[in-house]
Design a protein around this ligand. Sequence first.
Ligand SMILES: Cc1cc2nc3c(=O)[nH]c(=O)nc-3n(C[C@H](O)[C@H](O)[C@H](O)COP(=O)(O)OP(=O)(O)OC[C@H]3O[C@@H](n4cnc5c(N)ncnc54)[C@H](O)[C@@H]3O)c2cc1C
Length: 390
Amino acid sequence: MSPCWRRPIRAPSVAEARPGEVSAVRRPGSAQKKVAVIGAGIVGIACAIELLRDGHEVTVIEPGQPGGEQAASYGNAGGLNPSSVVPMSLPGTWRKVPGWLRDPLGPLTIRWSYVPRLAPWLMRFLRAGSTLARVEATARALRRLIADAPERHRRLAEEAGVPELIERQGTLYIYPAREDFEREALAWRLRRDNGGQWLELSADELRQREPSLDRRYQFGVLDEAGGHCTDPGAYVAALAAHARSLGATFLEQSASAFRIEAGRLRGVILADGGEVPCEAALIAAGARSRDLAGKVGDRVSLETERGYHAVIADPPFTLRHLIMSGDGKMGLNSMRGGLRSAGQVELAGAGPRCCAIGCCARSRRSRATCRPIGSRSGWATARPRRTGCP
Ligand SMILES: Cc1cc2nc3c(=O)[nH]c(=O)nc-3n(C[C@H](O)[C@H](O)[C@H](O)COP(=O)(O)OP(=O)(O)OC[C@H]3O[C@@H](n4cnc5c(N)ncnc54)[C@H](O)[C@@H]3O)c2cc1C
């Protein structure tokens, strides 16, 4: 494959621009190219804005509404968390898996008919966390990507005219007891080694910060560097509108293949047979990226994981922080639409199947974490999950 289009477009560097400067910033030496961005989730849209900033001509290919329910970027927990450097696969993770699978409200579910397809990925996933050296390398790689995520998102939201969607109150991890926190010593060491700092909170201090938490939680850890988004779907939609105002063209289509001639990318082929002529393409199709990347010979170790959230409309309280529960392994966030709990992992492929278990588990967990609350609604989608460090 020609390096001209395989060359990765570097990660968004919103930090380099000041609010209001976006269209004026053109990096020296960047030759203008026609670039197709495939997918308008948070990754595609953030990259599109960055490409526009570099002076490129950008076409975004997306079959749904940017910010719509089809994308993981709509339904996530909204956490912008520099301490999220701990890979899911750690030494000894495999020992916990049977217990997780036995618990219907546990953090992991597998569709058994999918296991034969999943097996190679699962082996790579467990291998990625098999030694300390591997997880340390993954944590370092993640740190480089997310260290200043809350500040970058704050600036991006400000540029897009929606500064109110990004909050900077910190991330609060809650545990039934200090011993539960201590049992996660490796995770917290990885966070500390990668710049993480935190305040440890007694039961009283926890209650002062979040009065609505269930009494079961007696110990907390506050990472003040964390932030959260109060409406991830609206945020992506606002960024898409911003990209449009900077000159991006949007096509309501699916990308299905690539036209490559003499080792150079000439265009992205669309599902309806049309084509977007381009010199470079960025695959940001979330859980669907692996198949597209496979069409140009890139083998990406990406599995589709089903992600869930449940929303409790009009709860009688508002959480100040994004909350991560140590026992439930989920995020809780007071958003515009209500209290959202999210985070159960279901390995079941990306097919059109909605398992109600995930939504129910989220909802029952959030009831157990906070005071009794009202009616709920659920959402599920496919999300991308890598094995670990490339
Ligand atoms: C329940 C849940 C909770 C989460 N919580 C957090 C959190 O708190 N913090 C955090 O940082 N992350 C969280 N995540 C992960 C985060 O949401 C994802 O990593 C992120 O949204 C991925 O963005 P994306 O742009 O890669 O993919 P997506 O948002 O899925 O967007 C991909 C887009 O590509 C489009 N597409 C697909 N195929 C094609 C095609 N062939 N052609 C064109 N377009 C195509 C889709 O329609 C979609 O709009 C969570 C995820 C879930 C599911």
